[in-house]
Design a protein around this ligand. Structure first.
Ligand code: PLP
Length: 387
């Protein structure tokens, strides 16, 4: 067999590899504390589960329109109005199985051999993987620890040239947990306004996991960018629905038809039952979401304090998502060595920074999607390794 060259350029998400290895170790009798996967450890709120059960009983067994049920797209549109005071035409919304297809489709639409796409480094590994797959040049925008892992606007502008087609922004950021407030987003948006040929993918999948009562500034709130802005959001993280595979993209009018075609070619439509559940998630009671956020914030405080109490670890304070991303260079281990030692010797699963880009080799990512008790236990165990 001769396979296509392009497919060899796809890479993967190491968090899943770490998870697999953890499960193997568990099977062989080792106790593991899981701080690797980016998946809330809570069950999906019961009102959402009930809505799904009802959907099954009332016959939602077939295909839906490829871009998603209109009731769901209306609910997403209302959500944008409620949270960001922005009008979104439901025809510009595409419902997909998880947030990931929005990344895939955006990059497929803009990436080809003579183009460049800018992505955050450290960042979600799927961005670079798919850019490389398309043959476009993947251009890292380094997020520096000294800038609190926020975008440095001058650095961003210095990467722009005639070949730049798309820039990917992720706020709050995976893996750093960095959260850029409105003042920062204003500056980024103002700079982007001067480059009208560059499209923007704003990955806002953690938009409702923001700490310290801060408000999420969505890229949707900058009308001058509207015609070349794609916004990714979804149910996975906010509503603990990673396995339901449901996400959305808000697209400019000029390219939504390509995204819709990709959907038809790829998966026909998102799961019908999940879509009904997605309506309940957006329109139903939000108390559970508030409780979950509070719990994540308490965990953030705990892990931040514990990590910084270690002699050889320094961690900046995450403002959103559920990740802590400490610098471990003083431990005299690389992130890879640190993560391997933590898992194989101490039974704590976490992910090396190198999985998120070349700039992050001296970091590791802790996902605090695990109980405070388990986080405390993991910190106690790791103190033997790093002190
Ligand atoms: N974007 C970022 C930054 C993520 O961290 C993730 C998941 O970890 C996704 C997108 C994809 O989310 P989903 O599970 O909804 O496909």
């Amino acid at each position: 067999m001769k396979i296509a060259e392009s497919i060899k350029k796809l890479s993967t998400e190491s968090a899943f590899k770490v998870f697999q290895r953890s499960v193997e170790l568990e099977k062989s009798g080792k106790k593991i504390i899981h701080l690797s996967l980016g998946q809330p450890d809570f069950a999906t709120p019961s009102n959402i589960v009930e809505a799904a059960k009802k959907a099954l009983d009332s016959g939602y067994h077939g295909y839906t329109p490829s871009n998603g049920l209109i009731q769901l797209r209306n609910a997403v549109s209302k959500d944008a109005l409620r949270r960001y005071n922005v009008d979104v035409d439901p025809e510009n919304i595409l419902i997909v199985p998880g947030g990931k297809p929005i990344i895939f489709f955006s990059i497929l639409i803009f990436g080809d051999k003579n183009s460049e796409i800018i992505y955050p480094d450290p960042g979600f590994p799927i961005y670079k993987s798919v850019i490389d797959y398309t043959g476009a040049k993947s251009v890292p925008l380094i997020l520096d620890e000294q800038d609190n892992f926020e975008i440095n606007v001058d650095k961003m502008i210095s990467l722009f040239n005639d070949k730049t087609r798309l820039i990917i922004i992720n706020n709050p950021n995976n893996p750093t947990g960095a959260f850029m407030k409105k003042e920062k987003m204003d500056k980024i948006a103002e700079a982007l306004e001067k480059f009208p040929n560059i499209a923007i993918l704003s990955d806002e999948i953690y938009s409702r996991l923001i700490f310290d009562n801060q408000e999420m500034p969505s890229m949707l709130q900058y009308p001058n960018l509207k015609d070349r802005l794609i916004v990714l959001d979804g149910w996975s993280k906010t509503f603990c629905m990673t396995g339901w595979r449901l996400g959305w993209g808000i697209w400019p009018k000029s390219i939504i038809s390509f995204a819709n075609k990709l959907a038809v070619n790829d998966h026909s439509c998102a799961n019908a039952v999940s879509q009904i559940a997605g309506i309940e998630a957006l329109k139903g009671d939000q108390e559970e979401v508030k409780k979950i956020l509070k719990e994540f914030e308490e965990r953030r405080n705990l892990i931040f304090e514990k990590l910084n109490s270690f002699k050889n670890v320094e961690c900046f304070k995450p403002g959103g998502a559920f990740y802590a991303f400490p610098n471990i260079s003083k431990s005299n281990m690389t992130g890879d060595e640190f993560a391997t030692e933590a898992l194989e010797t101490y039974g704590v699963a976490l992910v090396s920074g190198s999985s998120f880009g070349n700039s992050a080799k001296n970091f590791v990512r802790f996902s605090f999607a695990n109980s405070k008790d388990n986080i405390l236990k993991a910190m106690e165990i790791l103190s033997k390794m790093v002190n």
